[in-house]
Design a protein. Structure first.
Lengths: 284, 281
């Protein structure tokens, strides 16, 4: 099993760092899946996460100048690693003005991702700062645990409001309640609601628009026909939603969510070269 | 942009109905008195007064006169309600606290009377938030019986003169001692902390002092932990008046100019710390 990669372009490096920072905000530990063409950051829905799952996909070609991988076997040219994204994020913090960053899978005493940051220096030889990030190698027999989750039978699909506004509202609501209800319909309307002994608050968003597939046959089960105004809703952990919104440092190109009534909310945030899916289950 | 959405059931009588184009005119003043969770709101045709108290010896009042509002209607002679101020502030700032000049949050506030919740309608950029905040039985408020005829010493200064001093008060001191006198040291703030005593003197002829009317030398001590929250009001204000009466009761009045240049007042009343023996200095 071998992996080595290199980023030389500063813009790509900063972009990659931003992605890792976002992942670090969403998951304490996650799975990094490396293939010939892509990197995936995966969190599968365990009780320990509160049932939340995440699937983030990047095309390596958009970030890395060099990318070589030799997986566990020829027919399975992939590597699955368990890592703490915060460690990677911290290592990349030292690379803000780096000349190059090399990442290599090494196994000196234990499996590590070795991140070597080459920094500019006044003398002729560069300074190199090396971070060894411990990783766990996930054996092939467990790879099935990390398949892409799919939500096919959603009730409503809707574009999200301006994230800045949604973030402010959710942050305030988080001071007042542990759970939040998201409801939306096929008329482009979404409400965020909290209700406690002290206060009820509802924020109404209009004219959000619904993605084109929202009215196709495959996507709809219960809201077929004329019920455009019917709301699909889910009550979710407000901290999970706040973490998702807080992690978005740059506005996505497209942001939408699919709601399965009383079951789960599936968020999809698309940037030019990164796609992030985040699944928050409804509270019991 | 005037807030035009009609609150539900608007045919019903509201004992208090108010509209404000910029909710920050209200929220920033309320923050200046937010040192406990609960506040009593008192509304008359003149405007709104929000009172917060602590430890039965400090009281802060924020006054927002009716002219600040675009609409302010009180159906009864006075309306009084007790509310969770932290919740109220979270609602008023639901769209965030940073001031984006182009898009102030518009507010409409309605109250149907005793036993009903306070309704808030906030709008920014086409997004509407509706809040229903439960109210409580109003408590009896302290009456400091502070009237201007009993004032012994009074100093008015520009707030910038006090801001740094207040921000840097030695918090390991239990008390803040205020000396006001027609003779030296004129106006002195003292603390007695773990590292030692600190005295900060203001000369009588300082540029920062706008008015100096001291008739008698008075030295009084006040619990610092109770007075420290007044720093928020000081930070917002442009001028502050410091007055003491014969009992040593302290009145701090802060003149606050809002984003539109309108003037509002916040006042703090504090009674002297009785745990300290009179002769000690």
């Amino acid at each position: 099993m071998r992996f080595r990669a290199k980023i030389v372009d500063l813009a790509c490096l900063n972009h990659f760092s931003r992605v890792i920072n976002t992942i670090a905000k969403l998951a304490k530990t996650c799975t990094l899946r490396l293939t010939v063409s892509k990197l995936y950051f995966i969190l599968s829905d365990k009780v320990a996460n509160g049932g939340v799952s995440m699937w983030c996909e990047l095309c390596q070609g958009n970030f890395f100048d060099e990318f070589q991988i030799e997986g566990v076997a020829a027919e399975h040219n992939e590597i699955y690693l368990e890592l703490v994204p915060e460690n990677l994020s911290r290592a990349l913090k030292t690379a803000q003005s780096a000349k190059a960053v090399k990442i290599k899978l090494s196994n000196k005493h234990c499996p590590c991702l070795r991140v070597a940051v080459e920094l500019p220096s006044l003398s002729s030889s560069s300074r190199i700062v090396t971070h060894d990030i411990p990783v766990g190698v996930i054996p092939r027999r467990l790879w099935n645990d990390f398949r892409e989750p799919s939500v096919t039978d959603f009730d409503v699909s809707i574009y999200l409001p301006v994230l800045k506004t949604m973030k402010s509202v959710v942050e305030r609501m988080k001071n007042l309640s542990n759970s939040i209800v998201i409801e939306a319909n096929l008329r482009g309307e979404m409400n965020l609601k909290i209700e406690t002994d002290l206060v009820s608050i509802t924020t109404h968003f209009k004219d959000l628009g619904n993605p084109p597939w929202a009215s196709e046959d495959g996507g709809q089960s219960s809201t077929q026909g004329g019920d455009l105004e019917g709301m699909a809703e889910a009550r979710i952990d407000i901290k999970k939603l706040q973490q998702l919104l807080a992690g978005q440092q740059v506005n996505p190109t497209k942001a939408l969510c699919n709601i399965v009534n009383k079951k789960i909310v599936h968020f999809i945030l698309l940037h030019e070269d990164v796609s992030l899916q985040y699944f928050i289950p409804a509270l019991a | 942009m005037p807030f035009s959405a009609q609150p539900p059931g608007s045919g019903e009588r509201y004992v208090l109905a108010a509209s404000l184009d910029n909710a920050r005119h209200l929220s920033s003043l309320l923050r200046a008195v937010h040192f406990r969770d609960h506040a009593t709101c008192f509304a008359t045709a003149n405007g709104l007064r929000v009172t917060v108290e602590d430890a039965k010896c400090i009281q802060a009042n924020a006054f927002i006169q009716a002219e600040i509002f675009q609409e302010f209607t009180v159906q009864e002679e006075s309306v009084i309600l007790r509310i969770n101020l932290s919740v109220l502030l979270d609602c008023l700032t639901i769209f965030g606290t940073s001031s984006s000049p182009g898009a102030p949050t518009a507010l409409r506030m309605c109250y149907r009377g005793y036993g009903y919740p306070l309704m808030l309608f906030l709008e920014e950029g086409g997004v509407v938030t509706v809040c229903k905040i439960n109210t409580q039985e109003p408590d009896e408020l302290l009456d400091f019986d502070f009237c201007s005829t009993n004032v012994v010493n009074k100093i008015i200064l520009q707030s910038e003169g006090l801001r740094e001093a207040f921000a840097e008060l030695d918090m390991t001191s239990e008390v803040l001692q205020i000396t006001m006198s027609p003779d030296k040291p004129y106006f002195r703030l003292s603390t007695f902390g773990n590292a030692g005593s600190t005295h900060l003197d203001y000369p009588r002829d300082s540029d920062l002092i706008e008015a100096f009317h001291c008739n008698q030398t008075q030295t009084n001590r006040y619990k610092l932990s109770l007075l420290k929250p007044s720093t928020k009001a000081l930070a917002l204000s442009c001028k502050v008046s410091i007055r003491t009466d014969a009992r040593g009761f302290l009145s701090l009045q802060y003149m606050i100019r809002n984003e539109d240049g309108q003037i509002c007042f916040v006042e703090y009343y504090c009674c002297p710390d009785e745990d300290v023996a009179e002769g000690e200095l």
